[in-house]
Ligand binder design. Structure first.
Ligand code: CUA
Length: 158
């Protein structure tokens, strides 16, 4: 270890810098482990021109897979979501699986952790639990063409 004689103010600033690294890393751990923030997975691939004939996207919809647990199989396309309206009871955990047959779309439910990028050729997966009642739009937040601003769905927790 180098023994450099730094001025006192320099040492204080180094300590502040080091401490903020520790604080920011702790916040990342807190968000991931306690608040459940996760990156959406995009590990699975799908042929964009065969979306409508490839399970599960040949039958998009909301499927109950357990008590308070649902699977939302959804297609984001110019300029709509299919299904366009998803309604679940309060306390439900929803596993979203979304893909696009055309261009990149967004899939955001404002005020929740659900904010996904839907890329053609990939299946975007994300799981979220909804404890509180809400009635929200599903909005596309990636510019996808002339009808981008009318690309909306509805998400209801009742
Ligand atoms: Cu789809 Cu913007």
């Amino acid at each position: 270890m180098l023994n450099i004689d730094l001025p006192r103010s320099e040492r204080i600033w180094l300590m502040i810098g080091g401490a903020s690294l520790v604080v920011f890393f702790a916040i990342i751990l807190l968000m991931a482990l306690v608040w459940g923030f996760h990156n959406p997975g995009q590990m699975k691939t799908i042929a964009p021109d065969a979306v409508r004939t490839t399970p599960p996207f040949d039958k998009p919809g909301l499927y109950q897979v357990g008590p308070n647990e649902y699977r939302a199989v959804m297609i984001a396309q110019m300029f709509m979501y299919q299904p366009n309206n998803v309604t679940v009871p309060a306390g439900s955990t929803v596993h979203f699986e979304v893909t696009s047959p055309d261009v990149v779309h967004g899939f955001e439910i404002p005020g929740t952790n659900v904010n996904l990028m839907v890329v053609p050729g990939h299946i975007t997966e994300y799981t979220a639990t909804f404890r509180n009642k809400m009635d929200r739009l599903i909005v596309c937040n990636e510019y996808c063409g002339s009808g981008h601003q009318v690309m909306l769905g509805r998400f209801v927790v009742q």
